[in-house]
Design a protein around this ligand. Structure first.
Ligand code: HEM
Length: 416
């Protein structure tokens, strides 16, 4: 029955989690999008351990209209993750909370992540990026693998600074945060040991600050002390909630930002005309970040669980069914973004891109991630206007369809 719509549909759905699709999912999205909603996509939501747990079977939503509507209908599409709740991985704050808990918890962390607040960090992170690149600049051999040396280091240092933790702990926290994500290539035992070490680190740090508060001392600079003392509706967070907030911030802000920063550097190195435009007009930096988010993710799909039967596109999604929202496919929906494969800074609706989510769970770190990206773009385009790909080809991440981006990217910082 080859070539019948059903056979093709099944073939395409089965191909979704393959390494080839993860490396470049957009051609498959173009084939499958018109046939969605479709059931039968098998993959691993957060909280599952490949090799130990069964993959779940889920509905696939891919049109912009379906994905945005589902993300905004948080009552029908729940973010609570039953697998995560049963797993050994520490469960995340906000990401996996529904209302009313979600909104109550979000009020604790919204003020420190507001635009004006995170902008204050920009001079500090710009100076750190200048220092990191200054180490690269004098080397005679200036081909640098940027994921290890730059794009994974920036978000980790920023998060340590925000939390009030030593800069020296940044690389250790980066490694724990990456191990938490399924795209890290680890055995189940290694992953579990790493998650325990990450939790242990924050249990110790948060307990230490709590003891300082109890002894009448200042808990010191940073978010840990802030979260231990913040009040919303006369309530404080418990010690356990503060610990889980720390884990959430470290995990949610690490790999996502690393992939975005890497995709940005790839674009700068492969589109010299765009780099020249950015140097000439700093007002283009924000459209450039948004178009990179639209064009290449990093997030590709996130899961929800239906809380009731819901009719969609002639199908019925049953209560309890897993539903995969393909933000990456929605961002390439030609109905909303004509010629979606073309990187185009002049699109009028760039802010409609969905890579930071939409609705209740829209990314808490949106302003922070954009600030980190803008700081890096400003420094790199000024110091290295002729940035090019290095002689070692980029290696795409192929372990999980959660994100689209490079596992390693070697760039030539000496190109004339
Ligand atoms: C380029 C970088 C980033 C991308 C692409 C990204 C993407 C996203 C997306 C798509 C969501 C929505 C999840 C959903 O609907 O289920 C989200 C939520 C979230 N993000 Fe980010 N994120 C990034 C950086 C950060 C950073 C730096 C932080 C650190 C503060 C962060 C913290 C969070 C949190 C806590 C949530 C849950 C918000 C809620 O449920 O209310 N993210 N992010």
């Amino acid at each position: 029955m080859a070539n019948t719509p059903t056979a093709e549909r099944e073939h395409w759905v089965a191909a979704l989690p393959s390494a080839a699709t993860i490396a470049n999912p957009y051609p498959l999205y173009a084939d499958l999008r018109p046939l969605t909603p479709v059931f039968g996509y098998r993959d691993y939501p957060p909280g599952t351990v490949p090799g130990q747990d069964e993959a779940v079977a889920a509905w696939v939503l891919m049109t912009y209209a379906d994905v945005a509507a589902a993300a905004q209908d948080h009552e029908t599409f729940s973010s609570r993750d039953p697998l995560q709740e049963q797993s050994s991985a520490p469960s995340l704050m906000l990401v996996n909370h529904d209302n009313p808990e979600h909104d109550h918890l979000r009020r604790f962390v919204s003020p420190p992540f507001a635009f004006r607040q995170v902008e204050q960090l920009k001079p500090w992170i710009t100076a750190r990026i200048e220092e990191m690149l200054a180490e690269i600049e004098p080397a005679p051999e200036r081909e640098i693998e940027v994921v290890q040396q730059l794009t994974s280091v920036i978000p980790a240092r920023v998060m340590m600074r925000l939390l009030g933790q030593p800069d020296a702990d940044a690389l250790q926290c980066r490694d724990w945060a990456n191990a938490f994500m399924l795209s890290a290539d680890l055995s189940p035992e290694q992953r579990e040991a790493s998650n325990q070490a990450l939790a242990g680190y924050f249990i110790a740090e948060v307990s230490k600050r709590q003891a300082q508060i109890e002894q009448g001392q200042s808990p010191g600079e940073g978010l840990i002390g802030y979260l231990l003392t913040a009040e919303v509706d006369d309530q404080r967070l418990s010690l356990d909630e503060v610990i889980r907030f720390c884990l959430t911030l470290v995990v949610a802000g690490a790999e996502t930002t690393t992939f975005l920063l890497t995709n940005i550097l790839y674009n700068l190195a492969t589109m010299p005309e765009v780099t020249a435009q950015l140097r000439a007009d700093e007002d283009l930096v924000l459209p450039f970040i948004n178009e990179t988010l639209r064009h290449s993710g990093p997030p590709q799909r996130l899961f929800r669980v239906a809380t009731r039967d819901v009719a969609l596109g002639g199908e019925t999604i049953k209560q309890g069914d897993w539903v995969a929202l393909f933000f990456g496919a929605a961002n390439h929906d030609p109905e909303v973004f004509p010629n979606p494969e073309v990187f185009d800074l002049t699109r009028k609706n760039l802010r409609q891109q969905l890579s930071m989510g939409t609705g209740l769970h829209q990314c808490l770190g949106f302003a922070l991630a954009k600030m980190e990206a803008a700081a890096m773009i400003e420094v790199v385009t000024r110091r290295f206007p002729n940035l090019r790909l290095g002689s070692t080809p980029p290696v795409s991440q192929t372990a999980s369809l959660l994100t689209h981006g490079y596992e390693s990217l070697t760039l030539d910082f000496a190109a004339k």
